[in-house]
Design a protein around this ligand. Structure first.
Ligand code: ADP
Ligand code: 5GP
Length: 190
């Protein structure tokens, strides 16, 4: 198998991509998560260098100017996220396939960059009502942050057809099994 590959997951916030990625990482030992940089504050339980590289807004800007990012987006007003070029080398040097969790624009940019060496998966919530409910039940965001995420979700959902495949995350076990099959098929092609 050619390990110089990537699987990317995009979806509106709250669709369940982090949850699916965690399950997928348990089922494949050839994968490694691309740790993004962000200018947002860590949530309770999130660790620097594990969940994200947490940068101050100033440091984030300096690293953009230095050309350190493969892609970056101001996903929510005032909050930036980006993929550091160094993550690609780090993970491929470890002999692993990269797993990305990025917003839909980042997903499209990464897909353009990797071409057939990346599989772009869109995680679809069963409905907007369920998305709303999941964001609230996660309990990690203020009302303001939830509103920003929901406001963005309509545009993001429209972009699903630009991805290689869509997985509906209704029952988690089914979504993870389907994702596992899709990834297996993709990796076997090489
Ligand atoms: P994302 O990474 O897309 O923002 P998360 O993985 O954080 O989303 O999931 C949002 C919330 O929904 C979390 O509280 C998670 O436990 C819950 N969740 C994820 N998938 C499912 C599912 N299939 N059924 C019910 N709850 C789910
Ligand atoms: P959260 O704040 O919920 O962790 O993430 C918010 C959004 O930012 C999610 O849609 C997530 O996929 C996206 N995101 C995380 N890392 C990156 C990145 O490196 N690049 C881009 N473009 N989006 C990212």
């Amino acid at each position: 198998m050619n390990y110089r590959k990537a699987i990317l997951f995009s979806a509106p916030s709250g669709s369940g991509k982090t949850t699916i990625i965690r399950e997928i990482l348990k089922r494949f030992d050839c994968f490694e998560f691309s740790i993004s940089a962000t200018s947002r504050q860590p949530r309770e339980g999130e660790r620097d260098g594990v969940d994200y590289y947490f940068l101050s807004p100033e440091t984030f800007k300096q690293r953009v100017a230095a050309g350190d990012f493969l892609e970056w987006e101001e996903v929510y007003a005032g909050t930036c996220y980006g993929t550091l070029k160094s993550e690609i080398d780090r993970i491929w040097d470890n002999g692993h396939v990269i797993i990305f969790d990025v917003d839909v624009n980042g997903g499209m940019n990464i897909k353009k960059y990797f071409g057939p060496d990346a599989l772009a998966i869109f995680v679809m919530p069963p409905s907007v009502a369920v998305l709303n409910q999941r964001l609230r039940s996660r309990g990690t965001e203020s009302e303001e942050a939830i509103a920003k995420r929901l406001a963005r979700s309509a545009e993001e959902l429209k972009m699903s057809d630009q991805f290689d495949v869509t997985v509906v995350n209704d029952l988690l076990e089914n979504a993870v099994n389907e994702t596992q099959k899709i990834i297996n098929n993709y990796l076997m092609k090489e």
